[in-house]
Ligand binder design. Structure first.
Ligand code: FAD
Length: 292
C-alpha cells in the first residue's frame, strides 16, 4: 500500500521508526522488536539507512521486506543520497521493488568523513526526482521544525522543502522536537511556503541520560525549560527519568493530536516496551481522532 493512500483515509496516522542492528549485533534482535511493535498495529514502520553507523542498505531492504512479507506491516525504506551513486540507488530500488516495497523515505543523509562523496546527488530533492523517474514508489521527505542545522535561516529552510515536493515527495516526517510550539510555528511557515502535503510529527521519548547527551550533540534539538527541569531533576534516578520521559512524550503527542496533526511518527529506538507504554496511553485519543 502507498503511504499517501493511508493519509487519505485517516485523520491521524500513527507510525514508527526502527533501525537495523549495528554490524556487531545479530540481525535476529530486530525481529523480536518488530513482532512486539506489530501488536500496536502501526500504519507503517520506517527502517533507517546507515544512520548512526547502523546497518547497510541491504539490511534496510531485508528488514523492510520482512516487515511487508512476513509481518504484513507497511514499510518505508529510508535511502540516503550523499554517499550513494546513481547505480547504487538503482540497485537498491530494484531490490525494494522486487520485494514488493512501495514506499521510500528519500534523504540526503549526513556526511561521514571516511566515506567518498560521488556527487551524483547533492540534495534529497535530487534523489527524490531520481526515484520518481524510476517509478513505482511513494516518496516521503524529512523536515525540521527548528530548521536543519545547515540552513541559513528558518525561512530558507522551508522554501528548500519546495524542490522536494516538486520532485515527487507526497508527505514529510519531522525531526524530533521537544517544544510543540516549534512544530506549530514550522507548520505555519510551511503553509505560507505553499507546502501542502501531510506532515507527521516526529516524537522521541527520552528515557535515559545517555540518550539525552547523544541527541543534543547529534540533532541539535533545543531543550525547553520544562524538559531541562525534568532532566536535571531526574537524570540520576533512572526509574524516575523513565516515567517522566514517557509522560513528557505522551503529553506532547496528546497536544499534537488535539491540535489536528496529520500523524505521529514515534522514534522507537528499537524499544518496544516504551512504544507499548506510550501507545496504551494515547490509544483512546488516537481512536477518537480517527472516529471524528
Ligand atoms: P535536504 O533536504 O537535502 O536538506 C539538507 C540541507 O540542504 C538543508 O539545510 C536544506 O535547507 C538544504 N537544501 C535542500 N535543498 C536545497 C536547495 N535546492 N538549495 C539550497 N539548499 C538546499 N540520516 C541517515 O543517514 N539515515 C536515515 O535513515 C535517516 N533518517 C532520517 C529520518 C528523518 C525523519 C529525519 C528528519 C532525518 C533522517 N536522517 C537520516 C538525517 C538526515 O539525513 C540529515 O538530517 C541530513 O543532514 C539532511 O537530510 P535531508 O534529507 O533533510 O536533506
Amino acid at each position: 500500500m502507498k503511504i499517501s493512500d493511508i493519509f487519505k483515509t485517516k485523520k491521524t496516522v500513527f507510525s514508527m521508526e526502527v533501525f537495523p542492528p549495528k554490524k556487531t549485533s545479530k540481525i535476529d534482535t530486530i525481529y523480536d522488536t518488530i513482532e512486539r511493535l506489530g501488536d500496536l498495529q502501526p500504519d507503517f514502520i520506517s527502517v533507517t539507512y546507515g544512520a548512526g553507523g547502523t546497518g547497510t542498505g541491504s539490511l534496510t531492504a531485508k528488514i523492510a521486506s520482512d516487515l511487508k512479507n512476513t509481518y504484513h506491516i507497511e514499510p518505508i525504506a529510508h535511502l540516503t543520497a550523499i554517499h550513494t551513486t546513481r547505480q547504487q540507488a538503482t540497485d537498491m530500488l530494484h531490490e525494494l521493488r522486487d520485494s514488493g516495497i512501495e514506499n521510500v523515505l528519500a534523504l540526503r543523509g549526513d556526511r561521514h568523513p571516511e566515506l567518498p562523496i560521488p556527487g551524483d546527488f547533492k540534495y534529497a530533492s535530487d534523489l527524490t526526482q531520481f526515484i520518481t523517474d524510476f517509478g513505482g514508489f511513494d516518496i516521503c521527505g524529512a523536515c525540521y521544525p527548528e530548521g536543519h542545522p545547515e540552513s541559513e535561516d528558518l525561512i530558507s529552510d522551508v522554501t528548500n522543502l519546495r524542490p522536494k515536493i516538486d520532485a515527487g515527495a507526497t508527505h514529510l516526517i519531522s525531526q524530533l522536537f521537544f517544544d510543540n510550539n516549534d512544530f506549530y510555528a514550522f507548520l505555519d511557515r510551511a503553509k505560507l511556503a505553499g507546502i501542502n502535503v501531510p506532515i507527521e510529527a516526529g516524537i522521541m521519548p527520552v528515557i535515559n541520560k545517555a540518550q539525552i547527551e547523544r541527541m543534543v550533540s547529534t540533532c541539535g534539538a533545543s531543550l525547553p525549560r520544562k524538559f531541562a527541569h525534568m532532566v536535571s531533576r531526574y537524570e540520576n534516578d533512572p526509574e524516575a527519568l523513565f516515567d517522566a520521559g514517557i509522560a513528557y512524550a505522551v503529553d506532547q503527542i496528546i497536544d499534537l493530536i488535539a491540535s489536528g496533526v496529520d500523524g505521529i511518527h514515534l522514534y522507537t529506538m528499537n524499544n518496544p516496551r516504551v512504544a507499548h507504554i506510550i501507545y496504551t496511553r494515547i490509544r483512546k485519543v488516537l481512536e477518537a481522532s480517527n472516529k471524528a
